[in-house]
Design a protein around this ligand. Structure first.
Ligand code: HEM
Length: 501
């Protein structure tokens, strides 16, 4: 298509098609209320507004329909948003062949091979989680080295550091200590490729959604850098993966000296064409994608919260000091760092995962019927209003106020009452529920959350024990970055840090 006129005609034709499609949806779903305007042209204005003001639009819908369903206009489709425990459970409990998790993310992030056979998720849920106790000394060792090398602090001077990139550098190393082990977990090119892949995917996902669904497979390859990252990952990981495959072939699956890492755990489940270096490299890259960005954002938010609520630092320091004195550093010791756990959970409650989460595509041909009788047709996208749920005063007392030890207090109170009907585990960082959605809830609740919690708690415990931190500008929390439904901590903001005096 060299002729610019042809391009214009093609674009106009596509716009007409998309408009017709949208009009069709308008008629079928007129019964579901809209947050914003339902008018034909005004809904397009709202779709543009969504790009910068999604949190406000979704809050508006939640305030009007706190136990119902509403829809928000996107450029090429409606997003259906559900509120309240019953409907959240409907989404969380629906089987994959009715409400599809991979259908909700596939075109943006996952890719077909991973969506069709997500065996690496099983590896995360089982082997990775089960090995956390055994591998904790490695996690701890990597945290200590990474903080030293990445922060590079001298003497007693305060240093201003950009929080998100610094955290990413640490999280990437610590995560990869379990994924691929030493020395690769410290290889700068390998780590940079993982970090960049995550950033590229998130950025290109944002750009791809600006195009209508049927054009995404065509424009996707031009927008995304995935292939380049895949090739780099394979170049770096290839020799190790080939060696592991060869060793298994020669000596069997339990060869002496086999490393206890994610590569070995993947190989326990990989079958057929998954047992090749390119396929394994892709699984490792995708696991990095699921792990690095999410965990780094959570830690960055927690650090911003700590600097604007500095009264939490000393109680956490005292807790860590006491527990480590009694038990040393271990996964079991982390379980007794209740304040550290509570602080991270509270930070996730107020900042986690933006205005909507748990996005699913209706893939049942007859549509999906909610417990309140509302039916969404085949092909619709549905999500849960996460941020409004976390800020809802009927779910949390003083819901909009950061209260770092609220969950620690609840756990202590429930323990005192010894009330068997009250489940204290509900208030742990890893516990999910219809009122706490940073890790989702139900069938697809994040399988990596046990690892994430171990890593983040060990990082925060190390930080409060060994460093002093303060805000760049006293009392000011850097503003979040928003783009459509994505809400991220400020990616350039700094905090001041020094070795503990
Ligand atoms: C603080 C860190 C993390 C946060 C906030 C987080 C959050 C989430 C959320 C919200 C989901 C989607 C749940 C849903 O739609 O129902 C998810 C899924 C997932 N997460 Fe995490 N995650 C984190 C860390 C990790 C880590 C460290 C790993 C890997 C080791 C991981 C691997 C995955 C995978 C594989 C899925 C897809 C699960 C499925 O399809 O059933 N995540 N995560």
């Amino acid at each position: 298509m060299d002729d610019p006129k042809l391009l214009i005609y093609a674009a106009l034709g596509l716009a007409a098609l998309a408009t017709a499609r949208k009009a069709l949806y308008d008629q079928k779903l007129a019964a579901i209320p809209v947050a914003g305007s339902s008018g034909f042209l005004a809904s397009y204005r709202d779709a543009l507004k969504f790009i910068l003001h999604a949190p406000e639009l979704i809050q508006q819908g939640y305030d009007q329909y706190p136990d119902g369903i509403f829809r928000v206009a996107r450029l090429w489709h409606w997003d259906y948003i559900v509120c309240g425990p019953k409907l959240v459970n409907d989404v969380g409990g629906a089987p994959e062949d009715v409400l599809s998790f991979s259908g909700g993310v596939e075109e943006l992030t996952m890719g077909r091979a991973l969506a069709e056979n997500p065996y690496h998720q099983h590896t995360i849920r089982t082997s990775l989680t089960r090995n956390l106790h055994r591998c904790f000394p490695d996690v701890r060792d990597e945290i200590v080295c990474a903080f030293d090398e990445v922060l590079q602090l001298q003497g007693s001077e305060w240093k201003a550091l950009p929080v998100l990139p610094t955290t990413m550098a640490v999280v990437a190393r610590v995560s990869n200590r379990l994924f691929v082990g030493l020395p690769l977990c410290r290889n700068k090119a390998y780590l940079q490729n993982n970090i960049q892949y995550t950033i590229d995917v998130i950025r290109s996902a944002g750009r791809i959604t600006l195009w209508p669904g049927f054009l995404r497979p065509i424009v996707g390859p031009f927008i995304s850098n995935k292939e380049k990252s895949n090739a780099t990952a394979l170049k770096i990981l290839g020799p190790i993966l080939e060696e592991r495959l060869a060793k298994e072939k020669e000596l069997g699956p339990d060869w002496p000296g086999k490393p206890n890492d994610f590569i070995s755990w993947l190989l326990e489940l990989a079958e057929g064409e998954e047992r090749t270096a390119p396929a394994l490299a892709l699984r490792i890259l995708s696991t990095n994608m699921a792990a690095i960005h999410t965990s780094s954002m959570a830690f960055t938010h927690a650090l911003f919260d700590l600097t604007v609520h500095p009264e939490h630092l000393l109680p956490m320091r005292e807790e860590v000091e006491r527990v480590v004195k009694e038990e040393g550093w271990s996964k079991a010791a982390l379980n007794n760092m209740v304040k550290v756990d509570s602080f991270l959970r509270e930070s996730q409650r107020l900042n986690g995962n933006g205005p909507m989460t748990m996005t699913r595509k209706v893939v049942a041909k007859d549509g999906f019927r909610f417990s309140n009788g509302v039916v969404l047709p085949y092909g619709s996208f549905v999500s849960v209003a996460s941020r409004p749920t976390h800020y809802d005063p009927s779910n949390y007392e003083n819901a909009a106020v950061f209260d770092g030890f609220r969950f620690a207090r609840e756990r202590a109170e429930q323990k005192l009452q010894e009330d068997p009907t009250k489940d204290i585990f509900k208030r742990h960082m890893v516990s999910t529920g219809t009122d706490h959605l940073p890790f989702g809830t139900g069938k697809h609740a994040c399988p990596g959350r046990f690892f994430a919690a171990t890593e983040l708690k060990a990082m925060l415990a190390h930080l409060v024990l060994n460093y002093d931190v303060k805000a760049e500008v006293e009392g000011v929390r850097p503003a979040d970055n928003t783009f459509g439904p994505v809400l991220m901590p400020n990616s350039t903001a700094q905090v001041r840090i020094r070795k503990r005096q």
